[in-house]
Design a protein around this ligand. Structure first.
Ligand code: ADP
Ligand code: ZN
Ligand code: ZN
Length: 791
């Protein structure tokens, strides 16, 4: 028997399966989806069994055997293997990179180099011992001096360097004890010891030492029993649970209102029919979409099926996890990037082994290894985090649709502001649209006002806080209510400028100015992380007349504290870098009733606090000015999203947008919550400019330190496309990317817009293969982004 194995070759991409012989002893063990260790050239590496067959493609006598398998059960289900193949082709990528995206990182091989002596008592072994080393040693742990002492032994072949696989964090264990069931233990009259032995005796599983300690039995007592041969010690696997020790009180299902009920019934009917439909649940903020999700999931569970719930980024929406845990308890597995690899692996296994039936997670949890899926939900479907920005550049909705077809289950795309592509599909009837037009319960939408900042300037107010916003905040402070302020720009000032020569300090690696961060007096590049200290003297002309322009969250925090003499919680990439900080800051804001929460767009999603009655957007135009055809759409979405944070409970809410473009339709229509009109206006623009959803896009980005190499590769791609595409297709570029240089890499792009190109996928895969064969070696990188979200 033979196995086709896809191998994980570090730093080299091989999109090919290799045949290996399955040794006779392993024939009943190895199945499709198993992780195996195989010889590859002179190395030993990890691979995944993709297929098992009776005959091999090559001379069977030359085929090497599989060395061993790494798991008892296969880690990849058949479904995952099919998905990997589909995604690798659709998004023009390597199988192995897709497989390693599907699986938790803890299962990936970790390769390291070790040095090994040929024999135990040769000169080389002695040389190692002289350095204080017994046995094998990792190369990276030796100093340059030590290596030079060993060098002669490599030449003579007495010392060899090998690459070996070491596994990442796997299972976590702790010491436990179990009783040996001795017929008549001799404990005399030591009462407490007899009691302890009985306690251990009664348990069918080993008991952790920690548990016994909590119950009042000391380690000393346990050791006495151990020495008397009455109990034995073992390593017990323990599960890492990021939510351990937290109590979630059960939250009863709510009685659905008319619109919610209708949505629920249509979705569950489709679930019964197993018709794999996609629904757009278009509901304004606070209309009770989440309650609909929860009840649909309950229905799936009642029928013995499972459910996948995707959210844009869990760290930003801790309240969502709470609601799921409160409804479904331990049936919920939580998967997201904030967990350690070990925690993620344990949550993943809960799903794989059937101990959790609902997953809540970010993008990659769409791969949750469930059987018999009853419903898949993508909340805030318009969010860009659902598309991975590195290879493989997949979109979670694409995977969700694939799984929905396979399991015959509904897919729900929920949002207040659908992406244009999704809404257009619902207009065509490809997706079934369900509308929730009112807030659940009795609450009404907040009133939204626009403040024209140019007018404020003319009236003499040059502060970042306009007079109406100032009044509204003051009012909330008096009433003890809370305010949320959005400013989509972190740091203190945007840039430093010399007032005598106009010089602006730029990042040496990127074509972008450095941002001033006051807290650590540094100038920081937000693209590559370059940091330099602030000097109060111009680098160019030595003048001391330097100043800072533009306002970021760090500076506004300072302004607010001075202006209102009050406490402020600031949330941006700088204050939330450490694990768990999002939740900590939000708790602080809620529990300690801090009057003002100021943040970048990370505060726009999911927050639901009863005392928040005012939302202010300090600069509603930031997103409008992005060099992206979706700039209007992003602006409308962000403004609608953040407005939805106000007045969600008993107290009614108010929203203020500060802008220099008070008549722009993205801003104007957001104040009226008028999605429909926005959709129509924006569609007219997209049709005229020939953009998505009227055209499909593929974006090619070529980058290299050498600008000529960049141009050479881009014009080659351009020629290839021009020769192969039909006349209806449009090729834009080559042109420099919006920021031409990032991290010393020059970047050029080509945008392909097309309606129908049957041969395109094949052409893209050929271009990618060519890149791997030719360009990669020359230090040129090519990114092929199919259905890009940022252009
Ligand atoms: P969305 O997900 O659309 O933003 P939520 O599901 O969070 O809306 O609902 C908003 C608020 O209304 C929540 O506090 C929720 O508990 C409450 N709610 C939802 N549905 C109902 C209902 N049928 N009856 C009463 N309250 C409801
Ligand atoms: Zn100067
Ligand atoms: Zn930079």
């Amino acid at each position: 028997m033979f196995a086709s194995v896809i191998v994980d070759v570090p730093s080299k991409s091989v999109n090919q399966v290799f045949d290996y012989r399955i040794p006779s002893g392993m024939q009943d063990i190895i199945k499709v989806g198993h992780r195996v260790v195989v010889p590859f050239g002179r190395r030993t590496i990890q691979g995944y069994v993709m297929n098992i067959k009776d005959t091999a493609d090559f001379d069977p006598s030359k085929i090497k055997p599989i060395s061993r398998t790494l798991d008892i059960e296969p880690v990849l289900t058949e479904e995952m293997i099919v998905i990997a193949k589909y995604l690798a082709e659709y998004y023009v990528d390597q199988y192995i990179s897709v497989i390693e995206t599907i699986l938790p990182a803890a299962l990936k091989a970790n390769y390291k180099k070790i040095i090994r002596a040929a024999g135990d008592d040769g000169e080389a072994a002695q040389a190692l011992r002289n350095l204080g080393i017994s046995g094998d040693i990792e190369t990276s742990r030796l100093t340059a001096d030590q290596l030079s002492v060993l060098r002669p032994h490599f030449k003579s072949g007495e010392l060899v360097e090998e690459t070996v696989i070491s596994q990442h964090t796997r299972k976590k264990t702790a010491l436990g004890v179990y009783s040996l069931k001795v017929p008549e233990p001799n404990l005399g009259r030591a009462k407490k010891q007899i009691e302890l032995l009985e306690r251990i005796d009664m348990s069918s599983e080993p008991i952790l030492l920690g548990t016994l300690q909590e119950e009042g039995y000391s380690n000393g007592m346990v050791n006495t029993l151990y020495k008397k041969g009455l109990i034995d010690k073992v390593d017990v696997e323990i599960e890492r649970d990021p939510y351990s020790g937290r109590i979630f009180e059960y939250d009863k299902p709510k009685v659905l209102n008319g619109e919610q009920r209708r949505a629920y019934e249509e979705i569950t009917q489709s679930m019964d029919e197993k018709s794999a439909e996609t629904f757009l649940l278009h509901g304004i903020t606070g209309s009770g979409k989440t309650e609909v999700y929860l009840q649909v999931i309950q229905k799936a569970l009642n029928e013995g099926r499972t459910a996948i719930m995707l959210v844009p980024e869990i760290a930003l929406t801790p309240q969502m996890v709470n609601r799921f845990k409160m409804r479904f308890g331990d049936d919920v597995a939580v998967l997201h990037s904030g967990l350690s690899p070990g925690e993620k692996y344990d949550e993943w296994r809960k799903i794989k082994e059937g101990r959790a039936r609902v997953s809540v997670g970010a993008r990659s949890s769409v791969f949750a290894p469930f059987e018999n899926v009853g419903v898949i939900i993508i909340d805030e479907e318009h969010e860009t985090t659902y598309k991975q920005s590195d290879r493989p550049m997949y979109h979670a909705a694409e995977v969700a649709k694939f799984r929905s077809r396979r399991h015959g289950c509904p897919l729900i795309l929920g949002t207040a502001t659908p992406s244009l592509e999704t809404y257009a599909r619902s207009e065509k009837g490809v997706y079934r649209r369900l509308e929730l037009t009112e807030r659940a319960g009795t609450k009404i939408l907040p009133e939204i006002r626009i403040v024209d900042m140019s007018e404020q300037h003319r009236a003499g107010n040059t502060s970042v806080i306009s007079t109406p916003l100032h009044e509204a905040i003051t009012d909330r402070l008096e009433k003890g209510e809370q305010t949320v302020l959005l400013l989509n720009r972190r740091g203190y000032s945007n840039f430093q400028i010399c007032q005598s020569c106009g010089h602006v300090p730029m990042c040496p690696n990127c074509d972008i100015s450095l941002t001033y961060h006051k807290s650590n007096s540094s100038l920081l590049c937000h693209y590559c992380g370059y940091e330099s200290r602030v000097t109060r003297q111009c680098d160019n002309c030595s003048s001391e007349d330097v100043t800072f322009r533009g306002t970021g969250t760090e500076k506004v925090e300072e302004i607010l504290r001075d202006m209102f003499e009050t406490d402020v919680v600031r949330m941006d990439n700088d204050t939330t870098r450490r694990k768990g900080m999002h939740e900590k800051l939000l708790n602080h804001f809620e529990k300690d009733e801090i009057p003002i929460l100021l943040g970048t767009q990370m505060i726009a999603k999911g927050l639901d606090y009863p005392k928040v009655t005012l939302v202010g957007v300090l600069n509603a135009d930031t997103m409008l000015n992005l060099p992206d055809f979706r700039a209007n759409e992003k602006t409308f979405q962000l403004l609608t999203q953040v407005s939805g944070r106000a007045g969600r409970h008993e107290l009614s809410g108010e929203v203020i947008f500060q802008t220099y473009n008070p008549t722009h339709y993205a801003i104007e229509l957001a104040t009226h919550n008028d999605y429909r009109n926005f959709y129509e206006k924006e569609m007219a623009f997209r049709r005229m400019a020939r953009y998505s959803p009227f055209y499909f896009h593929v974006l090619f980005t070529v980058s290299s330190e050498d600008v000529r190499k960049c141009l050479g590769a881009t014009s080659h791609i351009h020629e290839t496309l021009a020769g192969a595409m039909s006349e209806q297709s449009i090729i834009v570029g080559p042109s420099p990317s919006p920021i031409e240089r990032i991290n010393r890499q020059h970047r050029f792009q080509i945008l392909l817009k097309y309606k129908r190109e049957p041969a395109l996928l094949e052409l893209l895969n050929e271009l990618d293969a060519e890149y791997h064969e030719k360009y990669k070696k020359e230090g040129i990188s090519l990114k092929i982004d199919v259905n890009p979200l940022v252009i």
